[in-house]
Design a protein around this ligand. Structure first.
Ligand code: RP5
Length: 162
């Protein structure tokens, strides 16, 4: 098993069905990752220890997903120099808008790169793009992925004009 480059963290196992899309993208780009459940509220010490050790354990990027009062990405970002991507998870009465606001409205000095509500797929792509800045192989796979997207749109246009 190769050294994980991305830590995928989520507040609850109920977030797993959404966060799987991030893992699927990393699989596609050939990037090793680890997955853990660690809530900023239910297990704050575990979350702090995870964030504080992430850099020395060789991670390059952390993707953190949480719903509701979603403090997980921000707390992790406060405790690591690594880039943190936050995924607001749709849950409860406010359906993810609460999580979006909690994750995106970080104070100056502690950024979290926030994707859309349930946007775990984009979080995986963004993590690959960050890793790709220093890894030509990953960058080439991201490029190929984007070319595929554009071919897909063009094939739809072609069908429309037939
Ligand atoms: C958050 O509360 C989790 O990230 C999850 O999205 C939400 C609900 O958690 P569970 O009650 O399903 O464990 O902390």
């Amino acid at each position: 098993m190769s050294q994980p480059m991305v830590g995928i963290v989520m507040g609850s196992d109920s977030d797993l069905p959404v966060m799987k899309a991030c893992a699927d993208m990393l699989d596609k780009f050939g990037i090793a990752y680890e997955v853990i459940i660690s809530s900023a509220h239910r297990v704050p010490e575990k979350t702090a220890a995870y964030a504080a050790s992430a850099e020395s354990r060789g991670l390059a990027v952390i993707v953190a997903g949480a719903g509701g009062a979603a403090h997980l990405p921000g707390v992790i970002a406060a405790l690591t120099p690594l880039p943190v991507i936050g995924v607001p998870i749709k849950s409860g009465a406010l359906e993810g808008v609460d999580a979006l606001y909690a994750i995106v409205q970080m104070p100056a000095g502690i950024p979290v790169a926030t994707v859309a509500i349930n946007g775990a797929q984009n979080a995986g792509i963004l993590a690959a793009q960050i890793i790709g800045t220093g890894d030509a192989g990953v960058r080439a796979r991201v490029k190929a992925y984007k070319e595929d997207l554009s071919r897909h749109v063009e094939s739809k246009n072609k069908r429309l004009s037939e």
